[in-house]
Write a protein that binds this ligand. Structure first.
Ligand code: FES
Ligand code: FES
Length: 161
């Protein structure tokens, strides 16, 4: 089948069998190798992408669901100011990270802050509850997001809220 969708802000078309996984399409057809194939069962978060505004596992999205969708991968998100804010916020909070689920954490942070400009501690913990991270202290994650909010505020308005 031929499928049109938006990938990192660009209209794209791909020919694929209906059940090919998005993670494979991204890697094979578009060379987006930062979306990695790990467990292929929705558990590890290696393959996280933003799919129609929500963080999703690209290993669980078959090609037929891509029609007219919008996908943002970590490669696309890394071109944004929001990505820079998150990286600086996480670095400021000294988040421990082995890299295993870093993409998932960054994209979750981006999607959360897109939905809620100044999330509460509860909202932050809830947003990250689906990531089974062995490295990052949840309190550090909260601090990292709060720092990100402040940095974004300063970038946009030149001051803290
Ligand atoms: S490869 Fe592990 S969640 Fe997709
Ligand atoms: S960064 Fe190590 S498991 Fe999440």
């Amino acid at each position: 089948m031929t499928i049109s969708f938006i990938l990192n802000g660009e209209d794209v078309v791909v020919r694929s069998d209906a059940n090919v996984r998005l993670v494979d399409i991204l890697r094979v057809n578009f060379g987006l190798l930062e979306t990695k194939a790990g467990c292929l069962t929705g558990k590890c978060g290696f393959c996280a992408v933003i799919f129609n505004g929500s963080v999703s596992h690209a290993c669980l999205i078959p090609a037929f669901r891509l029609k007219d969708s919008e996908i943002i991968t970590i490669e696309g998100f890394s071109q944004t100011d929001e990505y820079q804010d998150i990286m600086a916020g996480f670095a400021g909070a000294k988040l421990e990270s082995c890299g295993y689920c870093t993409t998932s954490k960054i994209l979750n942070a981006g999607a959360l802050l897109e939905r809620i400009k100044r999330p509460s501690r509860q909202e932050i913990l809830y947003a990250f509850s689906g990531i089974k991270c062995r490295c990052t202290d949840p309190e550090k994650l909260v601090e990292g997001i709060e720092r990100t909010v402040e940095l974004r505020q300063r970038r946009i308005y030149g001051r803290s809220a």
